[in-house]
Design a protein around this ligand. Sequence first.
Ligand code: ZN
Length: 165
Amino acid sequence: MTHETLDPEIAADMRLRADTERHRDPKPAKYSWTPPAIVEHWPCRMCGVAMVGVTAEAIDARDHANQILTSRREPNIAKSQIVFCDRCTPIAKAQREERHRKVREATAAVIRELRSLVDNDLRERELVDRLRELGQPDIAHVIADARSHQRAAAAARAVARKRAL
Ligand SMILES: [Zn+2]
């Protein structure tokens, strides 16, 4: 059976449906994402020259942080202290990683010394102050750990002394 033998109206309808089928986009409708709107430009906090687009969300976050700082009577964060431009971002990231590495190494050295202390409260206080400066979050835990190492070392020394007798 061909279209010509059909009722012209039905044939037209079938052709229309076939055309629609052919022209229909085979892919599902794309998920359309639009980047958040840039509403302001702030200077890069490293080079101070490049201007970086910021969203309303970033502005709200800064306002919120500054409200907290103001309530603590601390200086607010300026627009020039927040964002990095594309060129400075990898430099800033490398610098941050280097700072973190130095803090980790310094912390490890202080903890090693704390663990090896023998009856030295003055030095222990100095080292604990140093840990505070380094931003160690759980100083009580570090002290407890160091004291248990100190006790174990003292016990080992006592055993060695007995053996030597
Ligand atoms: Zn920059």
